[in-house]
Write a protein that binds this ligand. Structure first.
Ligand code: PGA
Length: 261
């Protein structure tokens, strides 16, 4: 696990984007796992700027998103399909037919999740998975109590997550109570994981994920078992880490080797 700690989320997002861009240069037809939420927005902006500047291209990229609210149509303003179009896909040269988000209206959700996992496998698996982290330590919608071996499935959101996400809806009653979500076990199969965490509200989750025990109570802690996992944090999110100076020093060297700094 490498933990990159930057002064601001803008700086951390730029560095995370550099890691994604390095992959796209090396493997233009990379398979990306993508995330929604407020956290990755700055990183997507940095990648949009890279595409506009001709530094990278999404032309041959395939992507699969982590999750989708269950019961929301893809055109709903708060659906994750809509989020991805508005925050990334509409602004880069990706072929939208190659971008995949779980269908929150699937009549048969079991078939939907099985087909989704099969399509990822048929594409050769995910090269790089982008993640945020919930204030309760979740990755995707793998809430506390989710098996660390879980697969893509229908999940119920905790009251904490519903409260956290209420800011995007008119009323908290409008937040869907369920979602289709990749499992922790599915996420762990990505060849590289890039997790972003910003702000003091994520400090406890980041501490638990990195320095706590591996536990289904903080599903991000499973990433301690991942062979190629990168955290990009601002100082506020990293503030509770005991060994933060050591991590930052070590990650600086590792990141330089990856992005050619
Ligand atoms: P956020 O959500 O980026 O909106 O903070 C992160 C998450 O719940 O994974």
């Amino acid at each position: 696990m490498e933990i990159v700690i930057c002064k601001t989320k803008e700086e951390a997002s730029r560095k995370a984007a550099d890691l994604v861009a390095a992959l796209l240069k090396k493997k233009p037809d990379a398979v990306l796992g993508l995330a929604t939420g407020s956290t990755p927005v700055e990183m997507y902006k940095a990648l949009i700027a890279d595409v506009a500047a001709g530094k990278v291209s999404f032309k041959s990229v395939k992507s699969w998103n982590l999750d989708e609210y269950y019961g929301l149509e893809p055109t709903h303003e708060q659906s994750y399909r809509h989020f991805m179009d508005a925050n990334l896909f509409d602004h880069v040269d990706v072929d939208k037919a190659n971008t995949h988000v779980l269908d929150g209206l699937a009549a048969d959700w079991r078939k939907e999740v099985a087909d989704y996992e099969a399509a990822i496998a048929a594409a050769g698996g995910i090269d790089l998975q982008v993640l945020g982290i919930g204030s309760d330590g979740h990755i995707a919608f793998n809430e506390p109590g989710s098996s660390l071996a879980s697969r893509t499935r229908l999940v119920s959101l905790t009251p904490q997550t519903i409260a956290d996400n209420a800011r995007f809806f008119e009323k908290s009653e409008d937040v869907p109570r369920q979602a289709l979500s990749m499992g922790v076990g599915s996420i762990m199969e990505a060849r590289r994981v890039v997790l972003l965490a910003f702000g003091a509200g994520k400090a406890a989750a980041v501490k638990g994920a990195i320095e706590g025990g591996v536990s289904q109570f903080c599903t991000a802690s499973a990433l301690q078992m991942h062979p190629d996992c990168w955290f990009f944090c601002d100082e506020a999110a990293a503030s509770r880490l005991e060994l933060k100076d050591y991590y930052a020093w070590r990650a600086g060297e590792a990141l330089g080797a990856e992005i050619g700094d």
